[in-house]
Design a protein around this ligand. Structure first.
Ligand code: PLP
Length: 408
């Protein structure tokens, strides 16, 4: 599949890609941390504040009506994008972290008790570890961790053997933000469902790279962030199966999430509003809808294909640098490479690359247990988006080679 427009044309949609850093053209390879925004998203946010700003779902007046309609249209866009069966199953949150915390709290309140067990994997981002640890502390429950191989592949045998009658939920990342591994989430869900255990998928690193189909995966919850898929910051999504969302209590109380309030008793609003207390980030939600439309117009398969080509080029190029260690060599990966050239500290390498205009991430990537698994303190991570070019990947490889020569 080919992108419908030339890469130059597509890049011109992203104003930031033509800025200079340290007097050099920016080479932005930190898309796993956050993605850049096309003008279509910037314009819709600007236009909203200029011409249609009013609180969502609050008034009968013209502007409130318009913004409420556009907010609900954005919800429908998200629903279609992830193929959720129902619009009511799409909840706007502040991001992946907020979505996971919501489930850990609400599901935990209702279903997790002392001695119960929660399964996560060894390759989780802190966002899919700490909320569950906090739940375990509150409830006296415990975490079970699925190990993974040196390549970065989850040990499914070990996973299958972890279920007991005390297992309450499984929470696993779709794609690792350090190793790039795309986990076999469908298989993971099927196994959990054999034990009547629900599954949350952390989609922060998968949603932007291709087709996420929650109905096909069969997961019970799915979380992602707008800013990682070319949308605004401060908006994200929690998809939850209606059955669970009806059963678990809300995690925040306030305006809009209620049906009626007296000092004696409050009844909650219907889905999805039960989980959207207070004034939501409605401009962010509408911006996110625009970002998803943008990606759909480019063609998600074409985007994925281009990113895979950039991944192959980066992996090949970096592997040719002497003393290179690459972390994460699973057969199916999203477009990111974690690496260490020789014994050079990732921060030193990152700072030198920065001076060349190359933005990469360095450190633990909020996944300290992954670093511990390999006995290292951090890596350098280059994460590619469809708007990156072959020349940029060449510049990265050349830059890394230069760094290794400097430290030789
Ligand atoms: N999960 C994974 C796998 C991530 O990579 C990230 C962010 O890098 C998160 C969760 C947290 O996302 P956010 O900070 O947008 O809530």
């Amino acid at each position: 599949m080919k992108l419908p427009r030339s890469i130059e044309e597509i890049r011109s949609d992203f104003p930031i890609l033509s800025v200079k850093v340290h007097d050099k053209p920016l080479i932005y390879l930190d898309n796993g941390a956050t993605t850049q925004k096309p003008v279509q998203v910037l314009q819709v946010m600007d236009e909203l504040y200029r011409t249609a700003n009013a609180n969502v779902h609050r008034g009968v007046h013209y502007l409130s009506d318009i913004v409420s309609e556009r907010y609900e249209a954005a919800r429908e866009t998200v629903r279609a994008f992830i193929n959720a069966p129902k619009r009511e199953e799409v909840i706007f949150t502040a991001g992946t972290t907020a979505s996971i915390n919501a489930v850990a709290f609400s599901f935990g309140e209702r279903f997790v008790h002392e001695g119960d067990e929660i399964i996560i994997s060894g390759m989780e981002h802190h966002a899919n570890i700490v909320p569950w640890q906090m739940l375990c502390e509150r409830k006296g429950s415990k975490l079970r961790i699925i190990p993974f191989s040196d390549q970065g592949v989850l040990d499914l045998e070990a996973y299958r053997s972890m279920f007991t009658e005390r297992t309450r939920i499984v929470a696993v990342t779709h794609a690792s933000n350090v190793l790039g591994t795309i986990n076999p989430v469908k298989e993971i869900v099927t196994e959990a469902h054999r034990h009547d255990v629900p599954v949350l998928i952390d989609g922060a690193q998968s949603i932007q790279h291709g087709i996420v189909d929650v109905a096909d995966i069969g997961c019970d919850f799915f979380a992602f962030s707008g800013h990682k898929i070319y949308g605004p910051n401060g908006i994200g999504v929690l998809y939850g199966k209606e059955k669970w969302l009806n059963e678990i209590p809300p995690y925040q109380g306030g305006g809009d999430m209620v049906a009626s309030v007296t000092f004696e008793k409050t009844t909650y609003n219907e889905l999805p509003f039960k989980f959207e207390a207070g004034t939501t980030n409605f401009t962010g939600a509408i911006g996110l809808g625009t970002a998803l439309d943008y990606l759909t117009a480019l063609g998600r398969e074409a985007v994925a294909e281009r990113e895979q080509a950039l991944l192959a080029q980066a992996t090949g190029g970096l592997s040719s640098v002497s003393g290179m260690r690459i972390y994460g060599t699973a057969p199916g990966k999203v477009s990111l490479v974690s690496f260490l050239p020789g014994n050079i500290h990732p921060y030193d390498a990152g700072m030198i690359l920065d001076k060349m205009g190359i933005a990469v991430r360095t450190g633990t990537h909020c996944a300290q247990p992954v670093m511990d698994r390999y006995g290292i303190t951090g890596t350098i991570r280059a994460s590619m988006a469809f708007y990156n070019t072959e020349e940029e990947i060449d510049a990265l490889v050349k830059g890394v080679r230069k760094v290794t020569e400097m430290f030789a």
